[in-house]
Ligand binder design. Sequence first.
Ligand code: NAP
Length: 254
Amino acid sequence: MSQLLAGKTALILGVANKWSLAYAIAQAFRREGAKLILTYQGERLQKPVEQLAAELGAEKTFDCDVSKDQDLARLTETLHGEKLDIVVHSIAFANREDLDRPFVETSRAGYLLAQEISSFSLVAVAKATAPLMTEGGSILTLSYLGSQRVLTNYNVMGVAKAALEAAVRYLASELGPRKIRVNAISAGPVKTASARGIKDFSKILEAGAARAPFRRNTDPAEVADAAVLLASDLGRGITGDVLFVDAGFHIMGL
Ligand code: NAP
């Protein structure tokens, strides 16, 4: 069977380790023939991400902290002359205490931090990379049901994801004439380093396994295959959308 991403170059932000959703996406993109470029946040992750990049056959890795304008400018400079087709933004952060106490007690600084890293960074990354998508392309981000429904302890991150999904629509509207599509995948809960920061995350997993139509939780490979669809020409008619890949959990009431 022909590879769905042959001839395409994908920049993936957010691989921290083998459990990262971005890692599963990178594996699927590799399987489908994409050329991979990975970024990591800070020296702490340089060695481990370089090791994962070697295993994935990625062509380049570099440091990019999305809260730093100079890192985003370097992203554009480093990739200058490279035809970019796909960008995966798989990044979020909130202070642990804001995922562990009543939402009404969220601090100003904690609220702004979650918005900056988990929502504004998509806008900043799109600004830095859209000029490199000279033949059009696909920008993807990762969201969660907590943007629309109340999930205990998701709190400040739910508000950030609501802003992220709105940003997807505004970016899709502006970049559409340049043939750049922008979409989000709303993934079901997966045990990753970020997810472990949410108090009682195991209860969210238990509820998913008990109530989702599939009666199980989401496999990261399912999220990755949906990312292949949205990144490939098969997804050419889809933009500004939030695609749920969550074993069907989001449709359930009681
Ligand atoms: P993860 O492996 O911890 O990935 C989060 C990534 O964000 C890490 O690589 C982290 O790097 C990076 N990051 C944080 N701050 C950054 C910054 N300032 N600059 C650059 N990178 C930064 O966890 P994950 O679950 O795969 O999360 C990926 C995305 O999926 C997130 O948007 C998350 O909200 C979303 N999502 C996750 C789930 C789930 O249940 N796991 C469900 C739905 C959506 P460091 O390790 O260096 O901080």
